[in-house]
Design a protein around this ligand. Structure first.
Ligand SMILES: Nc1ncnc2c1ncn2[C@@H]1O[C@H](COP(=O)(O)OP(=O)(O)OP(=O)(O)O)[C@@H](O)[C@H]1O
Ligand SMILES: [Mg+2]
Length: 313
């Protein structure tokens, strides 16, 4: 069974998408794993970043290819989904002119926002409250079903969530073994972390009791907290600069000694330069500029990937 991990933070622009892509790339390059990426964000940033905007538009609009939207459409029309048609294999860019053979991706679609609202409105009438609770669980299980259909084919499934906790994000959480919180080291972000964890605890409690009440077989397995990864850290003298170091320390004081990844990612134009070419920063040799910075960020990301493997068991 793959390890399923949701990247969650409702603060925007903290690096959820960037870390999701680089974790996938690092798991393949450093650990020879097979990875499935799922882009759940209607902004489609991961889809663009991973395969490039031109290929995305060609696939989704010109060829009317399948995306995550099809999965939700099938749920509403009560049709079955063929996961292999939804997953795009050998499309994610590895370096200039090369793709990753061992990464599959479920592309997102901008209409996912509408589907989220439709999902929220949908209420199937059951014969009693128990049956209606079962329908609510089915509504939360759409992504879980998709992953279940290809479980034997991947070692990790990484879910890039939008910056909200709507039903699509809840679907990701429901399907996951772990959630990881990407964050930037500023004061407001660290305040936000406590409330994210509270929400996630609440989801676990709700889903656990819904599962039992609906009388489903087995039991709901809690989605565990996998840790906080700090991104866009500024360094001074070989470590996080003073202000950022304070944030590291206060987050550890609030959340516990194991809550924060020891490894972090520095701020720099290597990642942004690579992103402009729809490449992971590991392909720093193919970049037109910012080599040194890209190489440094690649090294830090390798550390994050290794720590991810040791934490997500
Ligand atoms: N370590 C970094 N150094 C410099 N730029 C970075 C770094 N990490 C991410 N970025 C850039 O910051 C921007 C936001 O990153 P990203 O899209 O990964 O965040 P996000 O949390 O997924 O955002 P959203 O909430 O909108 O989905 C992107 O332009 C990305 O290239
Ligand atoms: Mg994103």
């Amino acid at each position: 069974m793959p390890k399923v991990v949701s990247m969650i933070n409702w603060k925007g622009g903290v690096g959820k998408t960037t870390l999701t892509l680089h974790l996938a790339a690092g798991l393949v390059l450093q650990h020879s794993k097979k990875v499935l990426l799922v882009d759940l964000d209607p902004q489609c940033n991961l889809s663009f970043l991973a395969i490039g905007a031109t290929d995305y538009i060609n696939h989704t609009y010109t060829k009317k290819g399948e995306t995550l939207k099809s999965v939700f459409d099938n749920y509403f029309s009560r049709s079955s989904t063929n996961a292999h048609n939804i997953i795009q294999q050998k499309k994610v860019n590895h370096s200039a002119g090369h793709v990753f053979v061992d990464i599959g991706i479920v592309l997102s679609h901008q209409e996912l926002t509408l589907l989220d609202m439709k999902l929220a409105r949908e209420k199937r009438v059951g014969k009693d409250h128990r049956e209606e609770t079962k329908f609510e669980i089915e509504k939360l299980s759409i992504i879980k079903e998709l992953i279940g259909a290809v479980a034997g084919e991947y070692d990790y499934v990484l879910l890039d969530c939008p910056p909200n906790v709507n039903l699509v994000t809840q679907n990701a959480f429901f399907s996951s073994d772990y959630y990881v919180i990407p964050a930037i080291p500023d004061f407001l972000s660290t305040v936000g972390i406590s409330s994210i964890k509270q929400y996630m605890d609440q989801f676990n409690n709700d889903y656990r009791s819904m599962w039992t009440y609906a009388g489903l077989p087995g039991s709901y397995t809690d989605t565990k907290f996998g840790g906080i990864i700090f991104n866009m850290v500024d360094e001074y003298g070989g470590g996080p600069k003073d202000g950022h170091n304070q944030i590291f320390k206060s987050t550890i004081a609030q959340q516990g000694i194991h809550a924060v990844f020891d490894n972090y990612v520095t701020d720099g134009d290597g990642i942004t330069t690579a992103a402009q070419m729809n490449l992971p920063v590991f392909a720093y040799k193919d970049l037109p500029r910012s080599h040194a910075n890209a190489q440094k960020q690649a090294k830090y990301l390798e550390g994050v990937v290794n720590e991810f493997v040791s934490r997500i068991k």
